[in-house]
Design a protein around this ligand. Structure first.
Ligand code: ATP
Length: 661
């Protein structure tokens, strides 16, 4: 909410709500640590704004007493300056702006310091809070929304101190001190000046409204343009537009919006320009009116005429020019305050959100070296969203042919037991609930009923930090930071030595490839690892988990097909990773399925079959059907402990595995 001249940025409609007393109290509380500095800023504003009336009063003194004060007869031919009065008046007139300037610098420094520190506190508090928000929050919130609160809203609060609050105080002091000084000079001329104020207020209000209207549309247009840019110039966006040959269309769309924005900005500037034209006219006219009324008063004679001297008139016109801008800006105050409070409300809204997945009061740590790695699900019931109350479940009679009732639960009474060191494969149709099951182990979500246990302890009774330490995940989508290979690897173990890094990279069959990169381990992998191939990224992610050396590994195998060599390298990288630790794998590769100690077949949130590959094939149920569908049609081979397995399940012994690259 940067201010443009004397007009604030528009208040979005949803933010035009009454200011809540509770918010104001919290905002004041936010500034409490800086109250000493705030008091100094306040004092500085009062002093500098108040000092502003001294110079016009000195002008009167110079005119009436220093320059033309002495009767002409006392000097040769004309008015004789009173040099003594002139010297100290001029000295004061020079000193006051200098003092005001110096105090102003200190005031700006302190006000900015407080504003920026409060902003820093808010940013830290928000980021800290967001880091511990449950996954549910992130899946339900647009990333842009979170970024906007962290960047724009928090950025906006600085303006509250350095702009809104300061300007309210300074305007009040300027208006009050100016009116008092004007009254001291001449009440008749003051009445004349104040007579102009309502007209000025009306004009400011009208122009402010018009400008705000255009500014709202302009901001929307700017947001649209930004989102077009973000969407189409990201790596994924540009890939899509190139792949579909839509560049021309995107350019046209951008140009159209850009033209609209320019038109709006021109209108916005012109409204401001006409306002300043009117202000300029008023500024020019009012001294003339002051001279006119002064002439009338003087021609009337008497005490009133005696009070109006040349100095009074000059001082008065100077004072008058100080009055209009503060009045205009005070007219915008309520909208300014509303905008600021709306920003605070948006920040507090995030800060007040519950961390519903947090350490229990009696949560215990579980040091990785003491963990055996048994994973159990005991009658687990889970759903992402609780259905709204009063909505009856869909009755079977409402369903069409072949249609199935929507699931009330994502997981329904799941019970399973994975022994330490076992490889358990989760297999099932898309949407069955496999990923959801893996999310419950590290407590990305909490179960609604039943329990997930590690070594017999409910994960809700474990400290989240130690839970994080003992679980490693290799997800389908490999996420790499836009930094060097080394830093990406160190994410798994920040204190790892170079030898450990190399050993992990070798175990994941990625070391040789890293050494081919221009700067080896110090090569920047590019935005989300786009400089690496899909298989290379996966192996880098595997090396990262190798370094972490977790007791329990959760592996969501990528469904996107890699070429045979890459696929084999990834398989080779995974093999040592799985060894010696409990692995829960959402299996899409035949090799994983075949080497699993136990396979759990998941369908519509339930475990419908369990056993080894052979047992399940013999049973001829869902697993056998899925196996047929996925691996039918050719001799798709895969590695298993015993050798190469053909799609039929027949094992053929092999001499050696694939090498790297
Ligand atoms: P796939 O093999 O396609 O990845 P899956 O077996 O891993 O599927 P899940 O991702 O666990 O399936 O999803 C199970 C169900 O839960 C699906 O119907 C899905 O639409 C739903 N679901 C998943 N994530 C969420 C979420 N964040 N909010 C609401 N529903 C969700």
């Amino acid at each position: 909410m940067r201010r443009h001249g004397m007009f604030p940025a528009p208040v979005p409609d949803q933010d035009r709500r009454p200011i809540r007393r509770q918010t104001v109290r919290r905002v004041i509380g936010t500034f409490r640590p800086y109250r000493g500095k705030v008091a100094w800023v306040g004092l500085a504003i009062v002093v500098t704004s108040g000092l502003g009336v001294v110079n016009p009063l000195l002008i009167k003194r110079i005119f009436d007493h220093a320059l033309f004060g002495n009767p002409p007869g006392q000097c040769d031919g004309g008015a004789c300056p009173n040099l003594h009065t002139l010297y100290w008046s001029v000295a004061l007139m020079v000193a006051i702006p200098i003092v005001t300037g110096i105090i102003g610098i200190g005031q700006t420094y302190l006000a900015n310091l407080v504003g920026l520190r409060v902003m820093q506190d808010f940013r830290n508090a928000l980021y800290r809070h967001l880091q511990f928000m449950p996954l549910r929050f992130f899946t339900a919130t647009r990333t842009g929304e979170i970024q906007s609160r962290l960047a724009n809203d928090v950025g906006g609060v600085q303006t509250v101190v350095t702009d809104t609050a300061s300007s309210i105080l300074s305007n009040v002091v300027v208006i009050t001190s100016t009116v008092i000084a004007m009254l001291l000079l001449s009440w008749q001329l003051t009445v004349l000046s104040l007579f102009m104020v309502p007209f000025f207020m009306w004009l400011t209000y009208k122009v402010g409204k018009a400008r705000q209207k255009v500014a709202t549309v302009t901001q929307q247009s700017l947001a649209d343009l930004t989102s077009i840019t973000e969407e189409t110039l990201s790596v994924s966006g540009i890939l899509l537009s190139k792949a579909f040959g839509r560049q021309r269309h995107e350019i046209d769309r951008f140009q159209g919006e850009n033209e609209r924005l320019t038109g709006l900005q021109i209108r916005q500037t012109m409204i401001g320009r006409s306002f300043f034209a009117v202000i300029g006219t008023i500024f020019s006219i009012t001294p003339a009116l002051v001279y006119l009324v002064a002439g009338w008063v003087l021609s009337g004679g008497g005490a009133a005429a005696a009070a109006i001297t040349g100095g009074t008139i000059v001082a008065f016109t100077t004072l008058q020019s100080r009055l209009f801008f503060p009045i205009g800006s005070m007219l915008q105050v309520s909208s300014d305050v509303q905008t600021s409070m709306a920003l605070f409300d948006r920040i507090f809204e995030y800060l007040d959100m519950d961390h519903d997945i947090a350490d229990a009061a009696d949560a215990v740590p579980l040091p990785p070296e003491q963990v055996r790695g048994r994973v159990q699900f005991s009658d687990v019931w889970f759903r992402y969203e609780t259905p709204p109350e009063g909505v009856p479940p869909v009755s079977p009679s409402d369903l069409g042919d072949g249609q199935r009732a929507p699931r009330e639960w994502t997981l329904e009474g799941v019970t399973l037991d994975i022994e330490p060191g076992q490889l358990a494969a989760l297999v099932g149709p898309s949407g069955a609930g496999k990923t959801t099951m893996t999310y419950l182990v590290p407590r990305f979500y909490d179960v609604q009923d039943g329990a997930v246990l590690i070594d017999g302890v409910d994960v809700r009774n474990l400290k989240l930090e130690s839970l994080g330490d003992l679980i490693g995940m290799v997800t389908q989508e490999t996420y790499l930071f836009h930094t060097t290979v080394r830093r990406n690897l160190l994410y798994g173990k920040p204190d790892a030595t170079q030898e450990e890094l190399v050993a992990a990279a070798k175990a994941a069959f990625i070391h040789d490839r890293i050494m081919e990169l221009p700067e080896g381990y110090d090569t920047v992998v590019g935005e989300r690892g786009y400089k690496l191939s899909g298989g290379e990224k996966q192996r880098l992610a595997i090396a990262r988990v190798v370094l972490k050396d977790p007791r329990i590994l959760i592996l969501d195998e990528a469904t996107s097909s890699l070429d045979t060599t890459s696929e084999r390298l990834v398989q080779e990288a995974l093999r040592p990773l799985m060894r010696g630790r409990t692995t829960v794998a959402i299996a899409h590769r035949l090799s994983t399925i075949l080497s699993a100690d136990v396979i759990f077949v998941v369908d519509r949130g339930k475990i419908v079959e369990r056993g080894t590959h052979r047992e399940l094939i013999e049973r001829g149920g869902l697993y056998a059907r899925l196996y047929e569908q996925q691996f039918r049609g050719g001799l798709i081979e895969a590695e298993c402990e015993d050798g190469v397995v053909l799609s039929t399940g027949e094992v053929v012994r092999t001499a050696s595995g694939p090498g790297e690259g």
